[in-house]
Design a protein around this ligand. Structure first.
Ligand code: SAH
Ligand code: SF4
Ligand code: F3S
Length: 489
């Protein structure tokens, strides 16, 4: 676990007798210093530092947000706990993209209630996308009164201030913003891996796909300044990172809202120049905005990984129109063809929704047809979930659950068969693998990833973790490889 503290903010030098600054991030460092004072007092009284436990639901964006929240807690002086039971502060960073994600959080909250009965001093904080929904916050206020702190996606940077407010007032603190155009830079972040990191390049989404709640809970699309992105990546590389994942709901529309607009492809060219950086990934690419310029940059790059996540959602042009995706079956297939022409070994992955309102057997057959034609390396398949507030939720031709499940099973079978065939195409080759972690099941083995995103298990010592090494792919096993390190002579 590594920590990045910005040199200009030494918490112990902040004068707490003064009023906090109105500027960000100065104001937040002031509150981190206030919280640190509280932590020291806690330690003096209890003989140990307070511990936190975080649980992250949802996507890579949320995972990166949690690293920021944990970075703040570490600087304040909290230690990490292994479980909710051992924690003085439990923080759930929630997701609401499908109903199932919400249900999981309510389930965990029920469990937390019993723990809090035993540890009444335990603080419970909830944040993330689910909290941006009014009905959720109402339910928490009514039925989950043991929750201490609630905040949303737009004011996440204020975590230290809100936590201090809760600690000093002793009262439940709820702060949710409807939207924001603000991006606060230079806050700390704790990384889960020392050798790879997510980097936000934009926030929010303006696409309003008719099934999707993300634009409502993450707000309007806004891009970070390229200089800020580049300097963050430089700092990450200096601290040992060799792979980055550029994050946004639709990275292909990066830069459009900047004062000096630049394209995503232009940003990639700048990122490529960063010395010491070895691998560049990004997600998510919306097919409607994927430019020829981007394909050319990917083709000529030495660092951009040969993997592209290109969510298709449905293979039926009629359903795609209802989904407001702004491409057709034919244009999606043409795009895939163009990408494969330029980068023949590219690994293509996708997201598919089954059972969107009005989906007929014919529409579903179109989805299966695209799956068979493209032959994805892997695909995430989802049962359509009705999200209140989205246009699709009020469409009156919702597909009966039984039919959706049956289609889902057929799709899954197809997708898995193709994926296990696709993966075999590298068998016997020696390719570079970034060793990521110790294999928990196999003693003496490591688990890493190819540029193509494919998982490889191979025998190796822990000293290799974080390094990129050649591995011979000896055996394809469904979704992953077994490999060996070639013997040098
Ligand atoms: N910005 C990304 C997707 C983010 S959400 C993109 O446009 O591709 C991740 C995935 O969740 C989506 O690609 C979609 O397949 C799925 N999803 C979103 N809303 C859903 C819903 N209401 N029901 C089922 N799946 C959904
Ligand atoms: Fe949702 Fe569409 Fe935005 Fe992706 S592009 S986050 S699916 S609205
Ligand atoms: Fe979920 Fe929010 Fe991501 S709703 S998928 S955590 S943007």
């Amino acid at each position: 676990m590594s920590r990045k503290m910005y040199d200009k903010f030494d918490l112990d030098k902040i004068d707490l007798s003064k009023e906090p600054s109105q500027e960000e991030p100065e104001r937040q460092y002031y509150f981190m210093a206030k919280c640190r004072k509280w932590v020291r007092e806690f330690e003096r009284k209890n003989g140990h530092r307070p511990c936190f436990f975080t649980q992250t639901f949802g996507c890579q964006m949320n995972a990166r947000d949690s690293e920021k929240l944990e970075g703040i807690l570490s600087i304040i002086g909290f230690a990490k706990a292994d479980s909710e039971e051992a924690a003085d502060l439990v923080l759930y960073n929630t997701c609401t993209v499908r109903e199932h994600a919400n249900l999981k959080v309510y389930g965990r909250l029920g469990y937390l209630k019993t723990i809090k009965k035993k540890n009444p001093h335990m603080l419970i904080a909830l944040c993330g996308c689910m909290m941006q929904e009014e009905t959720v916050v109402e339910k928490i206020k009514k039925s989950y009164r043991f929750v201490d702190l609630v905040f949303g996606t737009h004011n996440l940077y204020k975590f230290a201030e809100l936590l201090y407010n809760r600690i000093s007032s002793g009262k439940i603190t709820i702060d949710i913003w409807q939207d924001t155009d603000k991006i606060v830079e230079e806050l700390p972040a704790d990384r889960k891996y020392f050798f790879k990191s997510g980097v936000n390049i934009m926030f929010g989404c303006n696409n309003f796909c008719s099934y999707c709640i993300v634009p409502y809970v993450r707000g309007r699309e806004r891009s970070r300044e390229p200089e800020q992105i580049i300097s963050e990546i430089r700092r990450l590389v200096e601290s040992g990172v060799s792979e980055i994942m550029l994050l946004g709901q639709n990275v292909n529309s990066y830069g459009k809202t900047l004062k000096n607009p630049i394209t995503f492809a232009e940003l990639l060219l700048e990122v490529e120049k960063i010395e010491g950086l070895k691998r560049i990934r990004f997600m998510t690419s919306h097919p409607k905005d994927l430019s020829d310029e981007l394909i050319q940059v990917m083709k000529s790059s030495k660092k951009i990984c040969h993997q592209l996540h290109l969510p298709m959602q449905s293979g039926s042009s009629r359903i795609l129109k209802e989904m407001n995706r702004k491409y057709t079956k034919e244009s999606y297939l043409a795009l895939v063809h163009k990408i494969r022409e330029a980068i023949p070994d590219i690994s293509l992955t996708t997201d598919i929704i089954v059972g969107f309102p009005g989906e007929t057997e014919e529409d579903f057959a179109e989805t299966l047809d695209v799956v068979r034609k493209v032959r994805f390396d892997s695909a995430f398949t989802f049962l359509y979930s009705k999200r209140t507030g989205t246009p699709a939720a009020t469409m009156d031709n919702q597909v009966p659950e039984q039919i959706v499940k049956e289609r889902f099973d057929r799709l899954l079978k197809e997708v898995q068969e193709i994926a296990s065939e696709q993966i075999q195409r590298f068998e016997g080759q020696t390719l570079e693998v970034l060793a990521e972690e110790k294999n928990e099941q196999l003693d003496g083995y490591l688990t890493g990833r190819l540029s193509h995103g494919i998982v490889v298990h191979f025998a190796g010592g822990e000293d290799l973790i974080g390094k990129i090494i050649p591995v011979k792919l000896t055996q394809a096993r469904g979704f992953y490889y077994y490999g060996i390190q070639p013997i040098e002579d």
